[in-house]
Design a protein. Structure first.
Length: 277
């Protein structure tokens, strides 16, 4: 029951969804924690972040378009956020706000748990906030043969230079062992919800397909890769892992993988890897 001691956690997004609200509140109830979680949007990011501080909100998840614009109003950045200048999590410690990036943490964890070969050629499509998290995670996992495909020339070139990778405007014309989509292509509710992020020919030539889009869990790209019997990593895995990291940061409690699996009706593969179905 909510009382004066209940800790509030929240999210800020341009288009708030229900995933975080359902995920966190489910675990609060199961673990007997006196917390509550609510999703918000804002037209004033400065006021919203200052409200987190002023009202003693324990933690705040940050989604687009606020992942970079929130940074000037924070007191500190964790290395996970500093390395990519992008924040998806704010933790409030007695009025001191620290920005972290659990997207980076989750992607790095998945690269490790899926035992991806660091000598493989990688094609990463996308250069936004999540794109930076993915690019940095692959670099820090030891990958060197990486091509960034980004239509935004200036941003794509800047990321390629920053991380020592190659850039090209579109993914076509180059085969890769690992394909990674970090664009809205295939995202439910969008104009391109049925669009393949990579051509069938590229998928046929690849060994691993990684789609960061979480909704739906089986995007057109993931469905094609499954039909072609490719190894797949879904956005559902990313969103579950990053949410678990946020939960642990806010509460100091790390939920058991079996409990998280129970919430999503998914099967447990290891302590660090969840496959959502």
């Amino acid at each position: 029951m909510i009382n004066r001691d209940t800790q509030l956690c929240m999210s800020l997004a341009g288009r708030p969804g229900n995933f975080g609200t359902r995920f966190h509140n489910y675990l609060y109830e199961k673990l007997g924690l006196n917390y509550i979680y609510k999703a918000f949007t804002t037209q004033d990011i400065a006021a919203a972040v200052n409200g987190v501080r002023a009202l003693g909100v324990r933690g705040c998840a940050v989604s687009m378009p606020f992942k970079e614009s929130c940074i000037p109003f924070l007191d500190a950045l964790d290395p996970s956020a500093k390395v990519i200048d992008s924040v998806n999590t704010i933790v409030n410690d007695d009025g001191r706000l620290t920005g972290l990036n659990t997207d980076y943490i989750a992607v790095k964890s998945l690269i490790d748990s899926h035992r991806l070969d660091a000598s493989a050629k990688v094609m990463i499509q996308g250069s936004g906030g999540m794109g930076k998290a993915v690019i940095a995670a692959f670099r820090d996992a030891g990958f060197r043969d990486v091509i960034i495909a980004a239509r935004h020339r200036e941003r794509g070139l800047a990321l390629a230079k920053q991380y020592g990778f190659q850039w090209q405007p579109r993914p076509e014309g180059m085969a890769a062992d690992i394909l990674v989509n970090v664009t809205p292509l295939g995202m439910a509710g969008g104009a391109e919800s049925e669009t393949l992020a990579f051509s069938q020919t590229m998928v046929e030539r690849a060994a691993v397909v990684f789609d960061v889009v979480a909704l739906p869990p089986e995007t057109p790209l993931i469905r094609l890769a499954q039909r072609l019997d490719k190894r797949v990593i879904s956005g559902a895995e990313v969103i579950a892992l990053q949410a678990v990291e946020q939960f642990a940061l806010y509460t100091g409690v790390r939920p058991d993988a079996a409990l998280v699996a129970e919430r999503f009706g998914c099967r447990k593969r290891s302590n660090h890897e969840l496959l959502l179905g």
